[in-house]
Design a protein around this ligand. Structure first.
Ligand code: CP
Length: 310
C-alpha cells in the first residue's frame, strides 16, 4: 500500500485510505518503540532537514526522534541564528540546503501556505508540513486520531468536541478534516468570537457556545490553546473571564456522570483553557498524545520516503 500523495501538506489533501495507512503503519512503529532496541534501518540512506521558522517543542523533538529511530541523517535548522536575518528568502534558503543532497524537508512556518509554496517550487522533494500559520498541522491531527483510536478502537461514530480558540487553530482545522473523513461527529465549542462564522455549514460540524452542554454531548474533548500571539484584537474580556466560562474544570467533569477522554495538543496554558488538575488527571491522555507523535511521524516519514523513490 502507498500514499496517494508525495507531500504531507495537510489532511485536506489525504484520502480516508491514506489516513488509515498512516495510522496502521504508526501502530507497527509503536510496537518497534516498545522494544529494547527502538531503532530500525528503514531510512538509512535518507537525509532530512527540519526547518523551523516558528517555535516548537513537541513537534520538533518528535520529528527529530522519529528520524533518528528510522536511522535517517538529520539536520536541524532554526530561522533565528541563520541567514534569514540577512534577508535570505525561504526558497533560496531551501534551495541552498537541498544542494547539499537533502531528500526531505519538514517545515514549520508562521505563514499559512508556506509548505504548499515549497512543494510547488520543489516538486521532487518530499515536503512535510509541521504546522503552517493558522492553516493546518496534519501530524498533530494524525497523532490525535491515533490516540483516540488507542482508547476507543475506532473513530467511526465517536463524538469529538474541539474547545476554545478555533479561529486561530491549525490543530482544529486538521482535526476537523480528519475526523469528518473518518466518520466521527465533530462539535466546536467556545465563545462566538473564537469560532468562525458559517463554519457549521462549511464543514458540517455542530457549534455549541455552552461548555457544559458540549461536554455532556461528547466522548472526547480536545481542548485547544488560547493563541494570544495570533490575536490582533480583543476577542474576550480577560484570561480569568475566559477560564470561568470556558476553562475545563474537574467539578464540571465530575457532574457529567460519565468519563470523557481529555486531550490537549500543547503547549498548555494551565488555569486558562484547562485547569491543572484536569490536565494531570486519569482521564487526560495529553502525554500519551506526545508519546504517539513519534510513531505517527515515523509512519509519515517512512511512507513518504517510499513514495519519493517511485
Ligand atoms: N502541539 C504542538 O505543535 O506543539 P509544539 O508547538 O511544541 O510543537
Amino acid at each position: 500500500m502507498q500514499l496517494s500523495t508525495k507531500h504531507l501538506l495537510g489532511i485536506k489533501e489525504l484520502s480516508p485510505s491514506d489516513i488509515s495507512l498512516i495510522l496502521s503503519t504508526a501502530q507497527q512503529f509503536k510496537e518497534v518503540l516498545q522494544r529494547p532496541i527502538k531503532k530500525v534501518p528503514s531510512l538509512r540512506d535518507v537525509t532530512i532537514v527540519n526547518l523551523f521558522y516558528e517555535n516548537s517543542t513537541r513537534t520538533r523533538i518528535s520529528f527529530e526522534l522519529a528520524e533518528k529511530r528510522l536511522s535517517a541523517d538529520t539536520i536541524n535548522f532554526a530561522a533565528s541564528g541563520s541567514s534569514v536575518s540577512k534577508g535570505e528568502t525561504l526558497l533560496d534558503t531551501v534551495n541552498n540546503i537541498l544542494s547539499m543532497k537533502v531528500d526531505m524537508v519538514v517545515m514549520r512556518h508562521s505563514a499559512s501556505g508556506a509548505p504548499h509554496f515549497l512543494a510547488k517550487h520543489l516538486p521532487n522533494t518530499a515536503i512535510i508540513n509541521a504546522g503552517d500559520g493558522i492553516n493546518e498541522h496534519p501530524t498533530q491531527a494524525l497523532l490525535d486520531a491515533f490516540s483516540i483510536m488507542e482508547k476507543t478502537g475506532t473513530l467511526e461514530g465517536k463524538k469529538v468536541v474541539l474547545i476554545g480558540d478555533i479561529m486561530h487553530s491549525r490543530v482544529a482545522l486538521s482535526n476537523i478534516y480528519l475526523l469528518k473523513k473518518m466518520g466521527a461527529e465533530v462539535m466546536l465549542a467556545g465563545p462566538p468570537t473564537l469560532i468562525p462564522r458559517h463554519i457549521e455549514e462549511a464543514f458540517e460540524v455542530k457549534v455549541e457556545y455552552n461548555l457544559r452542554k458540549a461536554l455532556q454531548w461528547c466522548d472526547v474533548a480536545n481542548v485547544l490553546r488560547i493563541q494570544l500571539e495570533r490575536q490582533n484584537q480583543v476577542l474576550f474580556s480577560s484570561l480569568r473571564e475566559y477560564n470561568l466560562s470556558y476553562g475545563v474544570k474537574t467539578k464540571m467533569l465530575d457532574e457529567l456522570g460519565k468519563d470523557i477522554i481529555i486531550m490537549h495538543p500543547g503547549p498548555i496554558n494551565r488555569g486558562v483553557e484547562i485547569d491543572s488538575d484536569v490536565a494531570d488527571n486519569k482521564q487526560s491522555i495529553i502525554l500519551q498524545q506526545v508519546e504517539n507523535g513519534v510513531a505517527v511521524r515515523m509512519a509519515v516519514l517512512y511512507l513518504l520516503a517510499g513514495k519519493k523513490s517511485d
